[in-house]
Design a binder for this molecule. Structure first.
Ligand code: MRU
Length: 330
């Protein structure tokens, strides 16, 4: 896949360069990040987004904290407070903690976290490609831009296309932040995969007409029973797919499973500014002063899942047993 990566680390400059995803696809602009404080702000502002990409960025945020001489406790706290739902952020910061005060060790660990993203996603793409065929529908953005690797759901889609299994992709625009319209469309175009953009509300009608053979999405946090949080709109797609008898898959690295959660009930759901619903890039859609609500994620119960695509293979029900085994908890 012709990948555009969301970041690169310039060790000699002590700068982590982030591709400003707010400006895509119109402009490809990299912005320099020099401190953990700046990194936390960039994550909150969605300069970089997508669960695995946030995890890698937070890890390098701790490397920057060492280089910039910031208080490490404070840096860790700021990064943890940047976004609440994707567990990869917390997982990466937990892994960095043993290397506090050790610049070389922390840099090595951050690079390892990034390397593991690449390796797990190559495997996810391989396994996922075996269960996808025909016309697939996806939501939000789960490609290299969201991860720093090959992508999760989108990695599997692109690999399935390469193998001649998938022939066309329906891309949900993904209101209100338009990750599908702006980022997934951009990535699929670069990868040369035939795809068509739809508004989120068109998915049901396409399913009713037999134009969707499978749905595959990414994951921000999965509980041990398979319930999972992903971009708002995922739950509606799962219910629709279930109603129409269409296979529905979630693709994720096992590091996106939160082993402390027995079910999806405890997953914290980020609420973002209603401004992102009533306006886009400063252009107002709703009347001035009109109230809006913006949960950025929703939780899909595991009963709607056909399978869970992981780096260790595709898991089928009962998911609780499969996940525990894959995580080595039994
Ligand atoms: O708010 P975002 O853009 O960070 O949300 C991203 C998603 O919901 C993705 O589907 C998820 O992070 C999986 S990425 C491989």
């Amino acid at each position: 896949m012709d990948r555009v990566l969301p970041f690169r680390f310039a060790e000699e400059e002590g700068v982590f360069w982030l591709l400003d995803q707010r400006r895509l696809p119109q402009e490809e602009v990299y912005v320099p990040v020099r401190t953990a404080r700046e990194m936390a702000q960039a994550i909150r502002d969605m300069v970089v987004r997508g669960a695995p990409a946030i995890g890698v960025s937070a890890a390098f945020g701790m490397v920057l904290a060492h280089l910039a001489g910031e208080d490490l406790e404070e840096a860790d706290r700021r990064l943890r407070a940047s976004r609440p739902t994707a567990v990869n952020l917390f997982h990466a910061l937990d892994r960095m903690r043993p290397f506090w005060g050790d610049l070389a060790g922390s840099l090595l660990e951050a690079r390892r976290i990034w390397q593991e993203v690449e390796e797990t996603e190559a495997a996810i793409s391989r396994h996922g490609a075996q269960v996808l065929w025909g016309q697939v529908l996806t939501h939000c953005n789960t490609g290299p831009l969201a991860t720093g690797g090959y992508g999760t759901a989108l990695g599997a889609i692109v690999e399935a296309y390469r193998l001649g299994r998938v022939r066309h992709v329906w891309v949900d625009e993904t209101r209100p932040y338009l990750q599908g319209a702006r980022l997934t469309a951009y990535e699929l175009q670069k990868a040369g995969v035939p795809a068509t953009l739809i508004t989120d509300s068109m998915a049901g009608w396409l399913m009713a007409r037999g134009a969707v053979d499978a749905v595959v999405v990414g994951v921000d946090r999965m509980a041990l029973n398979g319930d999972f949080a992903n971009k708002v709109g995922t739950y509606a797609l799962a219910v629709l797919a279930h109603h129409h008898g269409i296979p529905f898959y979630a693709a994720l690295p096992l590091s996106s499973v939160d082993p402390r959660l027995a079910s999806g009930e405890g997953i914290p759901i980020e609420e973002r500014s209603p401004e992102e619903v009533v306006a886009f890039r400063g252009v107002r859609i709703a009347p001035e002063g009109f109230p809006a609500y913006h949960p950025a994620f929703d939780v899909t119960p595991h009963r709607y899942l056909t399978g869970i695509i992981t780096e260790k293979g595709v898991l089928y029900p009962p998911f609780a047993e499969g996940l525990r085994r894959a995580l080595g908890l039994d």
